[in-house]
Design a protein around this ligand. Structure first.
Ligand code: UD1
Length: 377
């Protein structure tokens, strides 16, 4: 017969600490619901604890702090404060600083999300110290080696222990790479957990009235991939095509800091195009929700438009999120500006597909992740 162990002592004995890594803007909405689910599990007497570690890859209020406030993410337990730099400089600084953290106090798991520099850097530092790695959004592939994100995905997945995936395609990619089925957990999409939770709180940005925006009466544009924004000419041609294709409807363009650098002299040259600062989560998704269409080179936004049923034109030749095209409202237009006009005309003629919601994008991905972690750790 087992001796009676007081409950407090028993749970202390099995307590496990997870490092949650957040570094750049697209990480924050993926981490928020995992924190909620971990807190819920803890209040039920669960044994999982966490340290929230912000690498500091994104550091502005507009790119970072504002998201913590709006999404109710607690203050990070640690901020590695790496700041700007080349990707090698940032990755190196993150590895050195996170390694120090682990050497001082090891955790039982390093949980990384997405495909940014911070994702890969922390996974490497952890795995080399014998700390297992879980990758949320593992297994997705664009096949495009010119994207730093693709390199981050493949390299992170090569050293990941447990994969939390958003699609059957991701599962198949992993199985094809030789990953055993018991290491793959098809949980859904934590970015969509956040979106579904925040839908009732979305709110118009302060310029809504000033620009006379009306539901269904404007476009939203976001561009930040080097292929589209690092050359002034390409960016100019894209913006001209967008302004022409919008047929007089206003175009709202929240400008990413990277794009702002290229945009410099181009600002103010196109009537109908409104450049605004990077928006908060609640304002940006309000804009998307009521837009006639979204034109973007982001990956995450194609998932949000899919869930909100908003037409999305992606200015890339490939996507690591094919279900946004096969199931959702997304279409790959490519980076040739001449392809924008006909696509926007189709959209304005109401000939865009309606789309549906991909499997398990139901707002419960983080719960499934935490349930799996409670079994695994
Ligand atoms: C990064 C991610 C990309 C993600 C994007 C979203 C990588 C390899 N790429 O790209 O996957 O879609 O974030 O934003 O991790 N900057 C600021 N303030 C900030 C952050 C950045 O001014 O808070 C400036 C930087 O100094 C740099 C530029 O913006 O000049 C680019 O930032 P960086 O994090 O290097 O890469 P992103 O292009 O944003």
């Amino acid at each position: 017969m087992k001796p009676d162990i007081p409950e407090k002592v028993a749970s202390a004995a099995v307590m496990k600490t997870i490092d949650l890594i957040a570094g750049a803007r697209p990480n924050f909405m993926k981490i928020a619901p995992i924190i909620d689910a971990l807190q819920a599990a803890r209040s039920r007497g669960g044994a999982l604890r966490y340290r929230l570690i912000h690498t500091g890859q994104h550091y502005d209020k507009a790119m970072s702090g504002g998201f913590f406030e709006q999404l109710g993410i607690p203050e990070p337990d640690l901020n590695l404060e790496v700041g700007s730099g080349t990707q090698a400089e940032q990755a190196a600084a993150i590895m050195v600083r996170y390694e120090k953290v682990l050497l001082e106090k090891k955790s039982d798991l390093c949980l990384v999300v997405g495909d940014v520099t911070s994702t890969l850097a922390c996974a490497i530092a952890a795995r080399k110290l014998g700390v297992p790695v879980a990758h949320v959004e593992g297994g997705i592939r664009s096949g495009d080696w010119s994207m730093p994100e693709e390199i981050n995905r493949v390299a992170t997945d090569a050293i990941t222990n447990w994969f939390f995936t958003t699609s059957e395609t991701a599962n198949a990619n992993l199985r094809h790479a030789g990953v055993a089925a018991e290491r793959i957990f098809f949980v859904g999409n934590t970015m969509i957990d956040t979106l579904l939770k925040q839908l009732p709180r979305l709110r118009p940005p302060p310029f809504w009235d000033e620009l006379a925006l009306r539901p269904g009466g404007y476009f939203v544009v976001t561009l930040h991939r080097p292929a589209n924004v690092d050359g002034e000419q390409q960016l100019l041609r894209l913006l001209q095509a967008i302004a022409a294709g919008a047929a007089g409807l206003p175009v709202v363009f929240p400008v990413h800091p990277r794009t702002a650098k290229s945009l410099g002299a181009l600002q103010g040259q196109m009537p109908g195009l409104h450049y605004v600062d990077p928006q908060g989560y609640l304002e940006f998704n309000y804009l998307v929700r009521y837009a006639r269409g979204v034109i973007t080179d982001s990956g995450g936004i194609t998932e949000e438009t899919t869930v909100m049923g908003v037409p999305c034109l992606t200015l890339r030749d490939n996507t690591e999120r094919p279900e946004t095209v096969t199931v959702g409202t997304n279409e790959l237009i490519g980076t040739d500006p001449t392809r924008l006009g006909p696509a926007m005309a189709r959209l304005l003629a109401d000939q865009w597909k309606k789309g549906a919601i991909p499997e398990k994008w139901d707002g419960r991905a983080a719960e499934r992740i935490v349930a799996a972690l409670e079994r695994l750790l």
